[in-house]
Design a protein around this ligand. Structure first.
Ligand code: PSU
Ligand code: MN
Length: 303
């Protein structure tokens, strides 16, 4: 009989025992599914550096040779940055039992692994959400259900802007997930700095955010919390340009009949090419910024 377990790296295990701050990271964003090479390796380098600069420990989640991992060695980074199969939460068991060589974790599977390890803060770029046209195609990312299920703070730059953002927010309300703007009272639109969809709660310091997390925990609430941080203004892209490219990307996906889990990687790739990689630069900047915020939050919550 084969037995399975989540393998926690020595560094992450030690940090957990020492109650040091930790930040979990997904691996899809760092694979070819999320960012083109070599920007993906640059993203991984910048995010982990940002976390370490606040004296926190990065915990990258991934499935390698069928083993679910929390924390990997730098020597294994090239495995993540190459071709990978996307592993959402429901694929985790299948990837383990099927001994997938490289299973890139999404937000949903990362949250499960991080929660099992006992990590409290997770950082990503933009979360998945309710897709445009979901009323007919039914496409709602499992990220949302996972954020509601696992008691972790997800730090993000909102949801990817090619989604239906108002419906994504409504869905998070239905799931009773607190959505908090850090330094903003709008739902950030991924690579666009300014947004015009209001969110109900704004805080201006990481300490205030940590207080909300602790207050929720004191109530015995077990849902996650979504902390939203806009892309830094100097790195953001013009909204009009992104709206135009997004329409073209969605039309292209539709014309080619791309459906299901292939939609997000396809649209991201189209947008990267159509914006001559300026969307990739913005994606890197926001991922790094989120990692910094997450590390500061992990410091506030540590102990
Ligand atoms: N946002 C990015 N790059 C990505 C993703 C989101 O900037 O690669 C990935 C994340 O892993 C997210 C997943 O969890 O897309 C959502 O996929 P779907 O929409 O198929 O649920
Ligand atoms: Mn989907």
């Amino acid at each position: 009989m084969t037995s399975f377990e989540i393998r926690i790296s020595d560094e992450v295990g030690q940090a957990l025992r020492d109650r040091r701050p930790l930040v979990a990271l997904e691996s899809t964003i760092f694979s070819n599914l999320g960012l083109p090479s070599p920007a993906n390796l640059e993203a991984l380098t910048r995010c982990t550096k940002a976390i370490r600069s606040f004296d926190a420990v990065p915990a990258i989640t991934v499935v390698l040779d069928g083993v679910a991992r929390v924390g990997i060695d730098e020597a294994e980074w090239p495995l993540i940055c190459g071709p990978a199969k996307k592993v959402g939460e429901r694929e985790l068991g299948t990837a383990m039992a099927g001994r997938w060589a490289v299973g890139a974790t999404t937000v949903s599977s990362s949250l499960l692994l991080a929660a099992r390890a006992g990590i409290k803060v997770f950082s990503t770029g933009g979360i998945g959400g309710v897709h445009r046209g979901a009323e007919t195609n039914g496409d709602i990312s499992s990220d949302l259900g996972a954020i509601a299920t696992h008691n972790i703070v997800t730090v993000c730059a909102g949801a990817k802007s090619f989604l239906d953002l108002p419906r994504t927010l409504e869905y998070l309300e239905t799931l009773s997930v607190p959505v908090i703007g850090l330094g903003c009272d709008f739902f950030p639109e991924f690579t666009v700095h300014h947004g015009n969809i209001a969110i109900p709660v704004r805080v201006d310091t990481v300490r205030q955010l940590a207080d909300i997390v602790r207050a929720n925990n004191s109530l015995g609430r077990t849902s996650g919390i979504l902390a939203c941080v806009p892309v830094p203004e100097r790195d953001g892209l013009p909204k009009s340009k992104m709206d135009e490219v997004t329409r073209a990307a969605l039309k292209n996906a539709n014309d080619l009949g791309v459906v299901g889990s292939a939609v997000t990687p396809h649209v991201l790739k189209f947008i990267a090419e159509a914006t001559k990689d300026s969307s990739v630069r913005a994606n890197l900047a926001l991922a790094e910024n989120n990692a910094s915020v997450a590390a500061q939050l992990a410091n506030e919550l540590a102990g």
